[in-house]
Design a protein around this ligand. Structure first.
Ligand code: PLP
Length: 423
């Protein structure tokens, strides 16, 4: 047995040894098309020379400088790139190593903002069922992925979850798209009033949901109403774009397509494309000013915060995306992928829904297209399909199991932004 405590202790894993463009190679010489960028990460594909050179150059200069003592050039430059490309007043960035770490950071600074402004009773976070915000205890506590959180649920403070935006299953017969969006957005207001607005700190959501029900986007009616409610009750809006951000949906930030401006924006996977583990939190000027006038420092920080090597990699990835106009390629190839999925599976007896934005597309599986009845857990397709696809040289990202009572059963296709039509 390997000395590595792998995710599954009952499986043997292929050994990845090399990557090139959109392909990964294993130790047995097999080649896999990285149809999911791993878990939505490898936006530039593998072995990008410019990024590798930037990492080497930075490694030779300085690998680590503690943020307790210093700032550093790559961190300053990457923050400037993000601030310039960010909507509204999201002008400040802080960097970490993973999505969960940064979602935790967002929840904590939301709380600090209220305390520093003299509203310490605001402690509650509201989230959505069928949302995934990470694997740490704090992020599981605002997540709706029952499979991932149930072991730890007894350890949590009460979680306040409202309806997701999931029109495929939850829009009522005869209800218009706009009426559905308003109905589910208004659940936030009902929840805030139930809990008392003076007790609510923030609402967190993914603009395009990744790991739970698979590539489900809402619309601008929904997010406009969500923003209005947050403003009316003094609740901060946190958007988690760990999966769907940094170009994945065909715009730099997924929220641009819903014309909504959050107070805090989390990003990770496409930021560094897997070349280094890096995540970022964009913070609005409003929050930074409140904290500056309050205790004067952010009451959060980790050892590898603002890591020079990680930021150098992130900077090179973002420069490469900009110089090659790759977000335009995401929109173009995303539309092509979607058209081909519709053509191939649009009438398939067991494909209930095809959905997503840009290069973030999912197929949801059902027993019956008309009734939308899901497969029973032991017959779900997601895991089998992922394994079968691997034997044919394709990586696709699977997810299923029970998600808030709904039997999620889907695979996600999220190839690198560099993919061509032929590939
Ligand atoms: N938030 C979202 C939307 C995610 O998709 C993920 C990971 O898939 C996370 C948070 C957690 O990120 P990490 O696994 O890097 O901690």
């Amino acid at each position: 047995m390997s000395f590595v405590a792998h995710r599954s202790l009952k499986e043997t894993y292929r050994k990845a040894v090399r990557g090139e463009g959109i392909y990964v190679f294993d130790a047995d010489g097999n080649k896999y098309l990285d149809g999911s960028s791993g878990a939505g990460v490898s936006c530039l594909g593998h072995s990008n020379e410019r990024v590798i050179s930037a990492i080497k150059e930075q490694a030779e200069k300085l690998c680590f400088a503690s943020s307790v003592f210093y700032t550093n050039d790559p961190t300053e430059e990457l923050a400037a790139v993000l601030a310039k490309g960010a909507p509204g007043d999201l002008k400040y960035a802080t960097f970490g190593c993973g999505g969960s770490e940064q979602v935790e950071g967002a929840l904590k600074i939301a709380r600090q903002y209220h305390v520093d402004r003299g509203e310490p009773s605001r402690t509650i976070m509201i989230a959505r069922r069928q949302s995934y915000h990470g694997m740490t205890l704090g992020t599981l506590n605002v997540g709706g992925h029952i499979g991932r959180r149930q072991l730890y649920t007894p350890m949590f403070a009460p979680t306040h979850l409202i309806a997701p935006h999931y029109a495929y299953r939850e829009r009522r017969e005869g209800e218009t798209a706009a009426a559905y969006s308003l109905r589910v957005a208004n659940e936030l207001e009902t929840k805030i009033l139930e809990l008392g607005q003076e007790n609510v700190a923030a609402f967190i959501a993914e603009p395009v949901v990744g790991a739970t029900n698979g590539c489900v986007a809402a619309d601008d009616v929904y997010f406009k109403r969500i923003r209005e409610i947050c403003d009316q009750y003094g609740v901060l809006l946190i958007l988690d774009e760990v999966f769907c951000g940094m170009g994945r949906t065909g715009t730099r930030h997924a929220c641009e397509q819903d014309s909504v401006l959050p107070d805090l924006l989390v990003m990770a996977k496409g930021l560094g494309g897997g070349y280094q583990p890096i995540s970022a939190l964009l913070i609005s000027e409003k929050i930074i000013n409140a904290v500056k006038d309050g205790r004067g420092y952010i009451a959060n920080g980790h050892t590898y915060m603002n890591h020079p090597l990680n930021c150098a990699a992130g900077l090179a990835v973002q420069q490469e995306i900009a110089d090659r106009d790759l977000i335009a390629n995401v929109a173009k190839q995303g539309a092509y992928l979607r058209a081909r999925l519709e053509e191939s599976f649009g009438q398939h007896a067991h494909v209930g829904d095809i959905r997503g934005r840009g290069l973030m597309q999912a197929l949801e599986f059902v027993v019956d297209r008309e009734t939308k009845e899901p497969f029973p857990p032991e017959k779900q397709l997601w895991a089998k399909l992922q394994k079968t696809a691997m034997t044919h040289g394709l990586m696709c990202y699977p997810n299923g199991g029970t998600i808030d009572g709904i039997k999620g059963d889907h695979v996600i296709l999220a190839p690198p932004y560099i993919i061509s039509e032929a590939q």
